[in-house]
Design a protein around this ligand. Structure first.
Ligand SMILES: [Cu+2]
Length: 186
């Protein structure tokens, strides 16, 4: 951040914190609500479909081209279960190659979408695996050689929530599963 911008930002924060509560509310009113990703679970045949696609997203006055998984920007939260096999069909609808990497999910190398797991434009890659690890919050993102950063910055990223029996027991007792509970079903 440039020094000038830093000073401007610091000044803005300073002003906001001395404003009375009602005006701070008004200040926040024109900001969009924090978006919570929808929850995507496997269907009755244990399959999940992911479309890697381009779309448009409004950022204030700017309408920008963005990419997403099953949407215009970012992706849903995939809910997987420990010990339950899942098959994921990944359709690449972009005009360039991509891969889909299971960041933090313990999957065999051949189903992980490292730089070798290329999905050409218009093609589909199907992977099957069974999560064996304990409950975890992981994510998925492309790992395209030389283009990972750009593809993620365009919007290709999503959560992977691995659920196990321990977590299910806990979430029955307490509201530890807030994100999952509040995510709209997709
Ligand atoms: Cu990663």
């Amino acid at each position: 951040m440039h020094r000038r911008n830093f000073i401007k930002l610091t000044a803005a924060i300073g002003v906001a914190s001395v404003l009375p509560a009602w005006s701070r509310l008004a200040f926040a009113a024109d900001r969009p609500a924090l978006p919570i990703p929808g929850l995507l679970t496997a269907d009755a045949t244990n399959r999940i479909a992911i479309n890697v696609q381009a779309g448009k997203t409004q950022f204030g006055p700017h309408l920008a081209t963005t990419w997403g998984y099953n949407g215009n920007l970012l992706g849903p939260a995939l809910q997987l279960r420990q010990g339950k096999a899942v098959t994921v069909d990944i359709h690449n609808q972009l005009s360039e190659e991509t891969t889909l990497h299971w960041h933090g999910v313990e999957v065999p190398g051949e189903v992980d979408g490292g730089p070798q797991g290329i999905i050409k434009p218009g093609e589909t890659r199907t992977v099957s695996f069974t999560p064996t690890q304990r409950a975890a919050t992981c994510w998925l993102h492309p790992h395209q050689h030389g283009k990972t950063g750009r593809q993620v910055a365009m919007g290709l990223a999503g959560l992977v929530l691995i659920e196990d029996n321990e977590l299910r027991k806990l979430s029955k007792k307490k509201n530890v599963n807030e994100v999952i509970r509040h995510s709209p079903k997709q």
